[in-house]
Design a binder for this molecule. Structure first.
Ligand code: ADP
Ligand code: MG
Length: 381
């Protein structure tokens, strides 16, 4: 659906994106997650054809941006970081204007606008001026303009930023409802937002992709140990004895609590399969009744923080290395200059040679200019 290959974007000395590659499949909700300044908006602005990358390629439904930009853009509805709303227009009037700009055929324009108003819950305010709406409703208008024209892909840059908790829940529900008919990419710097809405997560930091997977796979791939708590009807010592014997499965066994004839232990396992069967058979063989056996979810938050910390560390190391290299280059240049000034005669002869070279190259340039001129003259004739 969308294929992004080796995307790079520089603003002067700032590298906003550094070899970003990923793929977006139909019918999923993707979360672009990363701290402020990570490159989320830049990525979205490039995918939607708003800005051009410095390097790399984006194809949307097999239309390559830069070659078939208009066809690619038609497949996408975009809510940028600062939604392009006209405050002095009425909601319906603005959406009709957007439909005209998006070249929605005249006969289906009214229906299309009404549809967008209904889908985004704007019916009650459709006759009001945009400037008089609350932030939450303005955001809905921004989303409505993105879905006009029924694009296959909807891209939303930080859609809930600045909204109150109730509005956030409403907008999240709205985004989830798009999954039925659209592929959605949304960005956020808040992990819980992405975890609540998205099937797949793409984590970026310092303009680089640090992880791209489903939430489940991310949890698996980081190799984090799974943590279980088990509560058993029986004595502490007997339970400890049985669980300790399962030393291929049970690691770091930890006593948590004991009350009356109820005892709770916590343990870790590196096994990826379902270990509950082994645990329950072993305990029931010892006539210990399991009252509960639960797996603690190693939260996505932990993984996110670890990945971002790693990326920050690598980035800092790389910056320090580059700085050292630059300093070394400067030092080398300085010592070269010192050497040069010590040996005047060689400097003179070198500079003479340089001058000679310069003269030659300027002659060459002149020749090239002359020939270009004569070519142009010829063409004019
Ligand atoms: P995010 O949306 O993840 O917060 P952005 O994509 O907006 O991040 O920015 C990524 C980096 O590029 C930041 O360091 C930001 O300062 C820089 N940047 C973004 N836009 C511009 C611009 N127009 N000119 C200069 N630097 C920019
Ligand atoms: Mg941004």
């Amino acid at each position: 659906m969308i294929k992004v290959t080796d995307l790079c974007k520089s603003y002067g000395n700032t590298i906003a994106l550094d070899m970003v590659s990923f793929e977006v499949k139909k019918g999923h909700i993707y979360g672009l997650l990363g701290p402020n300044g990570a490159g989320k908006s830049t990525t979205m602005n490039i995918i939607t054809g708003y800005i051009a990358p410095t390097l790399g390629e984006v194809s949307v439904n097999n239309h390559i941006l830069g070659k078939e930009t208009n066809q690619a853009k038609k497949c996408i509805g975009y809510l940028p970081e600062n939604p392009p709303l006209y405050p002095d227009m009425l909601v319906r009037e603005f959406l009709q204007f957007v439909a005209a700009i998006k070249k929605v055929p005249k006969k289906s324009r009214l229906e299309e606008v009404e549809n967008a108003i209904k889908k985004t819950g704007l019916s009650d305010v459709s006759g009001r001026l945009i400037k008089n709406l609350s932030k939450g409703y303005k955001q809905r208008v921004g989303i409505a303009q993105a879905i006009i024209g029924n694009p296959e892909i909807i891209i939303l840059d930080e859609p809930t930023v600045g909204l109150d908790p109730k509005q956030i829940i409403e907008i999240r529900e709205l985004i989830r409802s798009f999954k039925k008919d659209h592929t959605v990419i949304l960005s956020s710097h808040i992990l819980s937002e992405i975890a609540a809405v998205c099937d797949d997560v793409l984590i970026i930091a310092h303009g680089r992709v640090v992880a791209c997977d489903t939430t489940d796979n991310l949890l698996k791939e980081t190799g984090a140990a799974r943590v279980f708590t088990v509560t058993v009807k029986g004595s502490k010592d007997k339970t400890k004895n049985v669980l300790s014997k399962l030393n291929k499965i049970v690691k770091n066994l930890q006593f948590i609590s004991e009350e009356k004839d109820k005892v709770t232990f916590r343990f870790e396992t590196t096994r990826r399969d379902d270990i509950r069967e082994d645990i329950s058979f072993a305990l029931s063989d010892a006539r210990l009744l399991i009252l509960s056996l639960n797996e603690e979810q190693n939260s996505l938050e932990d993984i996110y923080l670890t990945l971002i910390d790693d990326a920050d560390r690598k980035f800092a190391e790389e910056m320090a290395r580059r700085k050292l290299e630059e300093e070394k280059e400067d030092e080398d240049e300085d010592s070269d200059e010192e050497e040069d000034s010590k040996d005047d005669s060689s400097k003179d002869s070198e500079s003479e040679a340089d001058e000679e070279e310069e003269k030659e190259s300027s002659d060459d340039e002149k020749d090239a200019d002359d020939s270009a001129e004569s070519d142009a003259e010829k063409e004019a004739k």
